[in-house]
Design a protein around this ligand. Structure first.
Ligand SMILES: Cc1cc2nc3c(=O)[nH]c(=O)nc-3n(C[C@H](O)[C@H](O)[C@H](O)COP(=O)(O)OP(=O)(O)OC[C@H]3O[C@@H](n4cnc5c(N)ncnc54)[C@H](O)[C@@H]3O)c2cc1C
Length: 264
């Protein structure tokens, strides 16, 4: 059947290590190594499984700084066929609207497609808005929280959408966009051979001007972003204390603590 599938993937910093610049309200991306947004691995796996079952082609697109190439190479090692990096100072400072607009422009530029598969959300921005916004810009139907793909034909796709308190069986006409949850599959690990091949693969880099014939490039980046971050507050970490007490000392210790906190 041959499906042409597009998977937008985000290069995110290791969220355990990254620092925030509270002055500018931005992430200090130099403070931690990056990787593919973990939720996007499920989106990629879903795309590759469709390709393996029915035939097709999987294109991954990422908008980000040059190091985002690392995430794209990882995606190639995991079964994607082509990788496109949108990287230009004109994309910088993008909020979710400007991000979705740029990605939808890149999809338009690629021409025809059957399905776009996004992750549910990212581990750094965590808004979960980008998928639906891309679909709206492209004018295609979309379904969120997809935990299962029941069936797909060249005309439509049937999916199970998990809204927590209810499951919906949704049928969408293609082309369409779905955002998948991590329950949809277990992403594969790339083999050493695939990693080596991906290392040598070509990554297509598109600057903003490349998209000038399909979009208004003044709507990219900061210029096209209606939201601003007014303040960033890092919540204080609450460290919980724990101590281990030997069995024979337990009663005395508990009484001591209860006295300390005024219970007895
Ligand atoms: C005012 C403002 C200014 C900002 N300025 C900057 C800035 O200067 N630099 C910066 O790095 N960030 C900036 N951001 C954050 C940026 O808007 C988000 O990183 C981006 O819009 C994605 O949103 P999200 O992480 O919530 O994605 P979600 O909506 O949670 O992601 C859902 C899915 O969309 C896809 N997706 C999301 N982002 C991308 C991407 N970049 N490429 C490919 N696919 C993607 C993935 O499939 C992902 O699983 C800014 C945000 C605001 C509000």
């Amino acid at each position: 059947m041959n499906f042409n599938i597009i998977v937008p993937i985000k290069y995110v910093p290791d969220i355990e290590k990254v620092r925030f610049d509270t002055e500018t309200g931005r992430i200090d991306r130099s403070s931690a190594e990056g990787e593919i947004n973990p939720f996007d691995l499920n989106a990629l796996e879903a795309a590759v499984r469709i390709k393996e079952k029915y035939g097709g082609f999987v294109t991954v697109i990422s908008m980000g700084p040059p190091p985002a190439e690392k995430a794209l190479r990882d995606a190639l090692a995991r079964g994607a066929d082509k990788a496109i990096l949108l990287s230009d100072i004109k994309f910088a400072g993008a909020d979710t609207l400007a991000t979705s607009y740029a990605i939808s422009c890149a999809i338009r530029k690629l021409g025809s497609y059957d399905l776009v598969i996004c992750g549910e959300k990212t581990v750094d921005g965590d808004t979960g808005q980008v998928g639906a916004e891309i679909a709206e810009f492209l004018g295609v139907p979309h379904s969120y929280y997809v935990s299962e793909i029941r069936d797909i034909s060249k005309k439509n796709i049937k999916v199970v959408s998990d809204f927590g308190d209810a499951y919906y069986l949704v049928e969408l006409e293609l082309p369409a966009l779905i955002s998948v949850t991590k329950d949809i599959n277990s992403p594969r690990l790339p083999t050493f051979k695939d990693k080596m091949k991906a290392r040598r693969a070509e990554i297509t880099v598109w600057k903003a001007d490349v998209l000038a014939d399909v979009c208004d490039i003044d709507k990219f980046g900061f210029k096209g972003s209606p939201t601003t971050v007014s303040k960033v507050i890092i919540p204080k970490e609450h460290v919980k204390e724990c101590c281990f007490i030997k069995e024979e000392e337990a009663v005395d210790k508990i009484v001591e603590v209860l006295k300390e906190i005024g219970v007895v």
